[in-house]
Design a protein around this ligand. Sequence first.
Ligand SMILES: *Cc1c(COP(=O)(O)O)cnc(C)c1O
Length: 239
Amino acid sequence: MTDRKHELAANLARVEERIASACAAAGRKRADVTLIVVTKTYPASDVRLLSDLGVRHVAENRDQDAAPKAAACADLSLHWHFVGQLQTNKARSVAGYAHTVQSVDRARLVTALSGAAVGADRELGCLIQVALDAESGERGARGGVGPDGVEELADRVAGAPGLRLDGLMTVAPLAGPYAGRQQAAFERLMEISSGLRVAHPAANMVSAGMSADLEEAVAAGATHVRVGTAVLGVRPRLG
Ligand SMILES: *Cc1c(COP(=O)(O)O)cnc(C)c1O
């Protein structure tokens, strides 16, 4: 094994242990939580090593970086998640490689993704990104729709050709009443998820938790955690 592969293997083992302990502490089955490795800013060669090491879910947040990386890894059996703020003019590109878009936060993006998915003859899984710090009718600083906008957007996704409503995603807010209270934030997301599942029972994905707060997310009930730094290392630049 190369040095880098050893490093990634050791980091993955530590993250795996953290997820397993968090599941045990919460009385949850390990199989009920999926690890998504966020590979943003890292090269396709790392994605390839991660795939060799058994990783099946990867995530990116910028189409400019993700599109060539996904193309370079097209021979691997990976599930690509898009987790960044997404402009409508990038929808066509993202629909070409992503299996799941976790950052759906406005009606215009739903329309663009739907057209792109139909054009590519693909079905795109969609999560509504919830901004727990957004006021009524507004979007969050890091993207996402306020809690009171989730239902309408979810109905739109569910009715859009080429799209499948899979659930909800959030990033723990840095400001507002949930700042520094990750577990409370994730519990609030679970509440919103319960509400969503009344009308959309299959939309049961809950994506929450990153390197610093995956334990809180697992405790709250997240089905997917998105881990970058703890697997790949501190990012060389903002991403
Ligand atoms: C970068 C990123 C992550 C991973 O963050 P780490 O702190 O590096 O684990 C998770 N979710 C989103 C939306 C991100 O942009």
